[in-house]
Design a protein around this ligand. Structure first.
Ligand SMILES: [Zn+2]
Length: 132
């Protein structure tokens, strides 16, 4: 029986251990990410991650592209549709002018009437996607 065979080799892994500042579990001092809670420990990596996170948050809180109100578009289509009122409201200026030019034919009014129905029955998300 020799004691030498039982002698433990000191692994570099166990040589430097720290406690995770986030979950207090024992982890390697060289770990970039805690394997218990998944938090990033490396300072520069952490900063980069936080920058990404905050930019994502900023994007999420940005006022929605859908600033146009479909009820307003519907009302305009029915009241001023013959003159392209809803088209001007929805930034379709070219089409609005076309409606205006042909208003005397009453065709734009008929199309606008139908468009008004389309707007009001359209799903909010789809409306924002198309006209927002
Ligand atoms: Zn942790």
């Amino acid at each position: 029986m020799s004691a030498e065979t039982n002698e433990k080799q000191i692994e570099p892994e166990t040589a430097a251990r720290i406690n995770c500042p986030f979950c207090d579990e024992d982890i390697s001092a060289r770990a970039k990410k805690c394997r218990h809670c998944g938090e990033t420990l490396d300072v520069s990596m952490r900063k980069a991650e936080e920058a990404v996170r905050s930019s994502e948050r900023a994007a999420a809180y940005r006022p929605q592209a859908g600033s146009k109100n479909k009820v307003a578009a519907f009302a305009l289509a029915w009241i001023l549709g013959g003159f392209g009122g809803h088209k001007f409201y929805l930034d379709r200026i070219g089409q609005g002018i076309l409606y205006l030019v042909f208003c005397w034919t009453f065709i734009p009014a008929i199309i606008a009437f139908i468009e008004g129905i389309i707007y009001i029955t359209m799903d909010d998300e789809r409306f924002a996607e198309k006209y927002g």
